[in-house]
Write a protein that binds this ligand. Structure first.
Ligand SMILES: Cc1ncc(COP(=O)(O)O)c(C=O)c1O
Length: 396
């Protein structure tokens, strides 16, 4: 799977214009990632999990392409509403919601909600009467970077009782949802969850409830440092095959976050301090764990670094700028000798990064720019056109 990546020249040109740290978002890559999903999961409607990266132009691009949105709070739903995105294109997929946020969602036209416990039913029935509700079930997956099933998901054996209770309360028991965990490298986890869900659909039918919706969550992976890349296209093809076999007539959704935005963003940061400690080089960057690298904590992510400098590489430590001793960004990164002011590029940092960044210690958030707005993008397009012309001439 191809990622968006700045060249050295592009990075330097942009750093002449913008002070570091800044992140460069490629909307073309967002479109490309969306197209991959649609190509390999044609039956599946995409609800973008905007928690991964709510940059307004990412959201608007996806809306234009036909995506809907998975939201976690009334704040996200209000944000979408301000962009002109209607509640009908939204699912409120946080299993435990505040009463106030359900009321706001209902006012803004949201009709689809998830839940995983009896305690949620009264709130939903009172504040979003008649809404479509889906039970989130707990599923197993050893091969996910982030386990979402420790906190969320009803035991599958409770699903039917939960659906029945929702029906009794005047809600529409519409379906089942699951999330196999984020950055999942196993298609089998989806396949097992689909088999389990098929059984629950059959059980519901026997109880007089015809379920019409299935939400297979997110979890699709992107390339990751130090791990063998999962063949995501192959993984999606096998999920699609199972869906066709098990759910020929059901409306299916997925809720991808990372897969849509993870590979579409590069961070450019500078070396602002150098030290030697225990014989090892330490490089202070102007971005740290409280900023774009917050994903190293919350998302368990290992970031990749590129300096473009020649020279012998050795293991170094990167640290962030805050006056806090937790702010070690990554240890043992193979790097050539760096100097004050050197630029460092961090690819594939579009998901769970800027979204969870803070201004702790008074450091501003990294500036967000869009690649397509920049001259370097026009130059890249021109270069690509020329090589296409040469290629066409060569093969003619
Ligand atoms: C309910 C729900 N849906 C979708 C996602 C997105 O998952 P991913 O980024 O792995 O695709 C998450 C991530 O936390 C989630 O909680």
């Amino acid at each position: 799977m191809e990622s968006f990546r700045l060249t050295q020249k592009e990075m330097i040109r942009l750093a002449e214009k913008y002070p570091t740290p800044f992140v460069v978002i490629s909307l073309t890559q967002i479109e490309r990632n969306y197209a991959i999903l649609k190509e390999h999961l044609p039956r599946v409607n995409v609800y973008y999990a905007m928690k991964a990266n709510p940059a307004p132009r990412i959201v608007k691009t996806l809306y234009r392409l036909g995506a809907s949105f998975d939201t976690a709070s009334a704040g996200e739903i209000e944000f979408l509403s301000r962009l002109g995105i209607e509640g009908a294109r939204v699912i409120y997929a946080n299993p435990v919601k505040t009463p106030r946020s359900i009321a706001i969602a209902n006012t803004l036209g949201v009709r689809k909600y998830t839940y995983d416990d009896m305690s949620e039913i009264e709130k939903l029935a009172r504040l979003a009467p008649g809404a479509d509700v889906m039970v989130r079930i707990r599923v197993k997956n050893q091969k996910a970077l982030v386990d979402l099933n420790a906190k969320f998901g009803a035991p599958p054996e409770e699903a039917i009782e939960l659906l029945k209770a929702a029906k009794k309360a005047g809600l529409n028991p519409a379906g089942i949802c699951f999330h196999v965990g984020s950055q999942s490298t196993a298609a089998e986890a989806y396949e097992e969850a689909l088999l389990l869900t098929r059984k629950l659909f059959n059980d519901a039918e026997k109880c007089g409830m015809h379920l019409t919706m299935l939400d297979i969550g997110g979890g699709f992976p992107i390339p990751k440092v130090g791990s063998r890349d999962a063949d995501v296209a192959e993984m999606m093809d096998s999920i699609e095959h199972q869906i066709e076999r098990l759910f020929p007539d059901t409306e299916i959704w997925c809720e991808p976050g990372r897969f849509i935005c993870g590979t579409a963003v590069n961070l450019v940061t500078s070396v602002i301090g150098t030290k030697t400690r225990n014989g090892k080089k330490w490089y202070w960057l102007d971005e740290g764990l409280y900023g774009t690298f917050s994903g190293a904590i919350y998302d368990h992510w290992t970031f990749d670094f590129e300096s473009f400098k020649p020279g012998i590489k050795e293991p170094v430590t990167f640290l962030g700028p805050s006056c806090d001793s937790i702010d070690f960004v990554r240890y043992d990164v193979m790097m050539p000798n760096l100097e004050m002011g050197d630029l460092v590029l961090v690819p594939d940092c579009g998901s769970y990064t800027t979204a969870s960044a803070t201004t702790f210690n008074g450091f501003p958030l990294a500036t967000q720019i869009y690649f397509e707005d920049e001259e370097v993008a026009a130059e890249r397009r021109a270069r690509e056109n020329i090589s296409e012309i040469f290629e066409a001439a060569r093969t003619a």
